[in-house]
Write a protein that binds this ligand. Structure first.
Ligand SMILES: Nc1nc2c(c(=O)[nH]1)N[C@H]1C(S)=C(S)[C@@H](COP(=O)(O)O)O[C@H]1N2
Ligand SMILES: [Mo]
Length: 317
């Protein structure tokens, strides 16, 4: 990933928490008025833009939540990396609106006993949706705290029954240059591909996310369904996923193919392993001016360090 310009700080970044409380009040009020539990908005989802504001009701609070200040909704939805829609941070918000997220299917295949193509509406109901408040750290040196809506990726994995040969999973973003004009540019070998080792994908922190701040994902954040892997750099979390493949071999991920010296398969957040072009020791939380120390595994070491015991994390970066 290239750093195109110094980080801009928006006045709107300051507003997050208050807006969120108001939004939560709204959700509670809507639920009290008789919206059914679970995904209150499910039946209201319409093709195109209309579904973008749909709210989830009765979200259960998931584990691992950080109590750090949430990043403003306006920043999470306007400061994005989604190269299919351009390389500037504002491009995804400006151009992703055209992406048609209904109908949408996710094909799950490869080393599984029960391969299946899931309609996204089915995926939304596969397991109880939770709010998961996670720190996210981009390899470029900025971070956010995002209240995701989703459920553990393991819920999907269990249902397709991986075979003994499944060692890794690949996640593919939609390939459609007509809807995703960035794919007409040779920045990456499209479609965007990411990968996880099976034990990483099964870890209870890893999510299949469908929303944030209690509402359906906006396209710029990877609607209608994306992965979220909070102890790794942001690019490991693939947006707008259409295909998941279980495999015996370590996948070739998009960024590794583009720049193998800069981006490795594991990409665990690690303040001691610098990017060849910049230090990873510190980060700037969007909405703050000071720099923070970057934490090993993005602060999730207690949960995930055991996955990598005995591995040389400088070699497997
Ligand atoms: N398909 C796709 N997924 C992607 C990217 C991308 O360019 N294309 N960018 C990655 C990077 S570098 C980051 S930091 C996160 C940003 O997610 P957010 O915009 O929802 O914060 O998405 C990741 N997933
Ligand atoms: Mo990133």
């Amino acid at each position: 990933m290239l750093i195109r310009r110094p980080y801009d700080i928006r006045p709107s970044e300051i507003t997050g928490q208050t807006l969120y409380r108001d939004r939560r009040e709204f959700i509670r009020a809507a639920a009290a008025l008789g919206a059914a539990g679970g995904l209150a908005a499910a039946g209201l989802l319409a093709p195109g833009q209309a579904h973008s504001a749909a709210k989830f009701a009765d979200l259960r609070k998931g584990p691992f939540a950080t109590d750090e200040t949430l990043t403003a909704f306006e920043s999470i939805t306007n400061y994005n990396n989604y190269y299919e829609f351009g390389t500037d941070k504002e491009d995804p918000a400006a151009h992703a609106g055209k992406l048609k997220t209904r109908p949408w299917t996710v094909k799950v295949e490869g080393e599984v006993k029960k391969p299946k193509t899931f309609d996204v509406e089915e995926l939304l109901k596969l397991a109880p949706l939770e709010e998961r408040i996670y720190r996210m750290r981009c390899v470029e040196g900025w971070s956010m705290v995002i209240p995701w809506v989703g459920y553990p990726l393991s819920e999907l994995i269990k249902r397709v029954e991986p075979t003994g040969n499944a060692k890794f999973m690949e996640f593919y973003t939609l390939l459609d240059p007509e809807q995703m004009p960035g794919q007409k540019m040779p920045i990456l070998d499209w479609p965007y591909v990411e990968g996880l080792r099976m034990d990483e994908a099964m870890h209870p922190l890893a999510l299949l996310a469908v929303g944030l701040y209690g509402q359906v994902l906006l396209n710029q954040n990877g609607a209608p369904v994306r992965t979220v892997v909070p102890w790794k750099y942001g690019f490991k979390s693939a947006k707008s996923v259409v295909r998941i493949r279980f495999t015996g071999e370590q996948p070739k991920i998009a960024w590794e193919m583009a720049a193998p010296h800069e981006y490795g398969f594991y990409s665990n957040v690690n303040p001691k392993v610098d990017h060849p072009r910049w230090s990873q020791a510190k980060e700037r939380r969007i909405g703050e001016f000071r720099k923070r120390e970057t934490l090993m595994f993005n602060g999730y070491a207690d949960q995930v360090a055991s996955l990598y015991s005995g591995m040389d994390l400088k070699k497997f970066f």
